[in-house]
Structure formats: C-alpha cells, structure tokens
Ligand binder design. Sequence first.
Ligand SMILES: C[S@@+](CC[C@H](N)C(=O)[O-])C[C@H]1O[C@@H](n2cnc3c(N)ncnc32)[C@H](O)[C@@H]1O
Length: 198
Amino acid sequence: VSSTRAFFGTRAASWDDRFPDDGPAFTRAVAELSPPYGGVALDVGCGTGRALPALRGAVGPRGLAVGLDLTPEMLAGAAARGRADAGRLVLADALRLPVRSGCADSVLAAGLIPHLPDPVAGLRELARATAPGGRLALFHPIGRRALAARHGSVPSDDDVRAPGRLPGALAAAGWRLVSLDDGDERYLALAARIGTSA
Ligand SMILES: C[S@@+](CC[C@H](N)C(=O)[O-])C[C@H]1O[C@@H](n2cnc3c(N)ncnc32)[C@H](O)[C@@H]1O
C-alpha cells in the first residue's frame, strides 16, 4: 500500500497532462463495456477519474458510478477536475472493496491489474463485487508493448494479461473471457461474471 501510494501520489497532479489524448479510447472502452442504463458501475483503480464521465453517461442520472482508488492524491486530483460530479470517489483497496457482494453491473479496471501484488486475487475480488452476468473491462489506452516500453521492458507471457494466461486466470477468479484486443493501439479484455442469481 505504501509503495503504491508513494509511486502514484507524486504522479497524481500531472497525470492527465501526461496522457492528454486518451479520452476517446476511454470513451470507446466504456461503450464496449456497455454498462446498463440505471445500473451500478465501478471504476476500480480510477486514478484521477478519467473514465467517470463516460461511465456516468452510460448509467445515466439514476445509475451509480463509483471511482475507487488506493492513492488519496489521485482521488484529490479527480475531485479537482470536477469528476466527483460524475461519480462518487472512494478511498479503497481493490483487494478489499468496501461494497456488497454482487452490487455492480459493470466494473472497469484501467491500468490496475499490473499494480496488484496478487492479480488473480484482485480479479476474484472484482468478481465478488459483481452480479452474475455483470461485465468487466481490463483496459489500457495503449497496447501492452508500448506500455512495457514506457518502463523499459517488453511484455511477458507470464503476465496475467497475456493471451495465454488470461482465460485461465479469469476463470479461476469467476469470470469468462468474452473478447480480447491485445493490439498495438490498446489493451481491452472484456469478461462476464460466471454464475446465476440467488
Ligand atoms: C496506472 S494508474 C491508472 C489510473 C486510471 N485508471 C487511469 O487509467 O487513468 C493505476 C491506479 O491504480 C491505483 N491502485 C494501485 N493499486 C491499487 C489497489 N490495490 N487498490 C486500488 N487502487 C490501486 C493507483 O493508485 C493508480 O491510481
């Protein structure tokens, strides 16, 4: 927790300025996640809330959009940009979400998974929060290769997001992979929550 907060805390103020052209990619990813009108959408690891306006637009005024993040400075950045108007902002750990089981219809996790110490445990917690049939989007507005290059590395086949690992990791956590765009332009994995309503 402390190392994540230290890393992102110093980056929060300039986060949106560092990646000024990502807006359309977020809008498109949220459209493909397709949150139901009037439903509950969570943005876990929301950062400065870049996806919240699109999530709010999808769920409409009677729906609920919630951005959750571990780093207070990121949430402060979201509030400073007026994104609390689009969604509630909650300080929370993705591995222990302060929400009822099955409350969410849609979950977005943009750039979150590589920062979790146990990504499958994270996917399992996202599944716990999601109603059967609900949907998950694992998203990066750039491709995995370009993202790895930013950190001076190359994508690994061991990465839970890699095509060879993702279906099994999702299945172990309660999800079924629906589609995967692991291209040069972006990363978008869409999954559906396995199970039936009680
Ligand atoms: C790469 S940033 C992405 C932020 C935002 N989703 C975006 O795309 O602009 C990753 C975010 O995940 C948050 N994060 C990392 N570990 C977390 C955890 N265990 N629980 C909640 N948020 C976490 C960080 O604080 C950071 O804001």
